[in-house]
Design a protein around this ligand. Sequence first.
Ligand code: NOJ
Length: 752
Amino acid sequence: MRNTSRSAHLALCAASLTLAGPVGPAAAAPAAPRGPALEARIERLLARMTLAEKIGQMTQVSEGNMLTGPGGTVGLEASVKAANVGSVLNAMGVDRTRALQRLAVEQTRLKIPLIFGLDVVHGYKTTFPIPLAESCSWDLAAIERAAHVAATEAAADGIHWTFAPMVDVARDPRWGRIAEGAGEDVYLGSQIARARVRGFQGRDLQAPDSVIACVKHFAAYGASMAGREYNTVDISRRALLETYLPPYRAAVEAGARTVMSAFNEYDGVPCSGNKFLLDDTLKRKWKFPGLVVSDWSAIMEMTHHGYAADLKDAARLAALAGMDMDMQSNAFLQHLPALVREKKVPERVLDEAVRRILRVKFEKGLFDDPYRACDAARRDRALWAPAHLAAARDIARKSIVLLKNDQGVLPLAKGKTVALVGPLAANRDDMLGAWPGPGDPKRCKSVLDGIQGRGVKVLQAAGCDIKGADKAGFDAALAAARQADVVVAVMGEAALMSGEAASRSEIGLPGVQRELLAALKATGKPIVLVVMSGRPLTLGWEHEHLDAVVQAWHLGIEAGVAVNDVLFGDHNPSGRLVTTFPRVVGQIPLYYDHLNTGRPFNPKDHYTTHYMDVSNDPLYPFGHGLSYTRFDYGPLKLSTTNLAPGARLRVETIIRNVGERDGEEVAQLYVRDLVGSVNRPVRQLKGFRKLMIRKGQAATVAFELGARDLAFWRQDLTFGAEAGQFDVWVGPSSVAGPKATFRLTRDVALPE
Ligand code: NOJ
């Protein structure tokens, strides 16, 4: 199944939709100056370049202070002056980037400007929620706006290029980098990938609020075995095509100009030397016009994989596979000269790489104004602009998922006494989350900051640290609880317990936090747990024993305000999970669109698929999230029960808000192909719509499905849909909602 804008979409929706309004760039692929004139400029410049100058363009080095792998950088200025560098990563700020750029354009023979890259992952100075959190908003406009704000700030402070979005489908919460992506789903992940590319790049790559996007990590990095970072990936061709590739392709189709290769291998071949992925699939099949950059030292690491004999061999394999730019391996710079002389790498391979690099630089307008990102006045207006902070608060509220709320303990009432406990209650630093970039923890608002002025008396005590065994603070927290009407415990992970190189084998609350919760529970007071984390945690005990559980992730600069907006009902929670929450680590990988197996679980039959010690079901399924109101779904109405391949099927339902508050619902459309030439998942998301429904009111939601939405890679690996019966649901999560059935009348082959 490939996800495109032609995929399932809403035809009609009588309800008012959430979050209208301008988000900056419009929703179309960027219109930078391309075509024959640009290509001619590239050829003229290329014709003047020496071999050494070409290899210099293919080399990216880091400013020395933000290393995420081996190999520091010495003598950056001298390398730039020697035309040995095409791009610098991790240099920041108007002054620093201007100084380096001046060396490139004033002191090198051809005056080719540098392109400055940085991991602007979820905000620049105005830090937004981590990408996993933002994805739980299911609000593509808000997600696009967040990326656009990040681009606006970064592009005013020296940056041309962000190493984002990360679009790796991730199904193992032990993997810390689950925090950086859009969760487990192919369809939603593809939609979000597009939104983020649009947000970063906008329509005009030369606009002052645009940065070049870099889709990463190509490919299937999210399938790292056992959730261990940098570990082996071993997946089938079918899994690659169906599950892992679609979000990268969606991002490329949305106009992303750069792609980063992954650390892992695919089918035994490291991605940075993988011709099938880089050349055949990305560049030829998908017609990607931009450049491929390696991940940090990933070319060199092919020697560790045992795929390249030495660094020279690695340089050869990478260049021949379609790698254009070497991030921090120094392999191209050291070895391509000899490899070309020895005719082991044809110079035309380098020419093709340099064309792609120059194309991106021309499209960005760097030849016309190499200092376009170095405008101090614009920087001063952009960083932490009030509208940016407002956007950060908006999406932070929308990222929060209410997982449990028994007896309506939430929202909190005014006039009460609240014991605000837990190691993250007064914490600002960890609000930034993984990949904080240049975000400033001093600007972050803690939950304690955000509760001020809410009309409650607050007794605050940390109780314990995030990690460690120290229980000396328990007594103070318990004393606060005893004097309070309700306990709000803000607990979870430190920012850097997720992200790169942050895998965990146990994913419960770290340290003695659960013990503190157990002690608090013994006071008999109602307890609301606010979980801040970069991954789903195993929260079985917490779910069973506490009154409310709020998943708040790491929400960025406005975290504390957003959390209180939800706790006090100023914002009715509308986030929905984009990743399954397992009960225990032993269930992992656990995701909603699994296959049925030959022995689907039957409680009456021992010899069916199950564990002896835990249920198959997740603690919280994909798509789950509560509201302070309740929604009822009416039966499905289908425009036909026999769908011909060229026709469209309309699936309609009425959703009623039967609670006491206005609220937003995320209506989710799922299908199941009951019989296929290869096994099909028990459910697959094919559309969704977020809508506001006033209390007591109803809304009609209607989706359209066509053959493309039902298509997949068939047994012979051709793409198409197969005749037969399908189930369809529209519901509030991947395990609920009214169902109907229809038939596709005949097989149909479709372009991929
Ligand atoms: C390594 C990470 O895997 C990648 O995501 C990042 O963009 C680079 N380092 C550069 O910081």
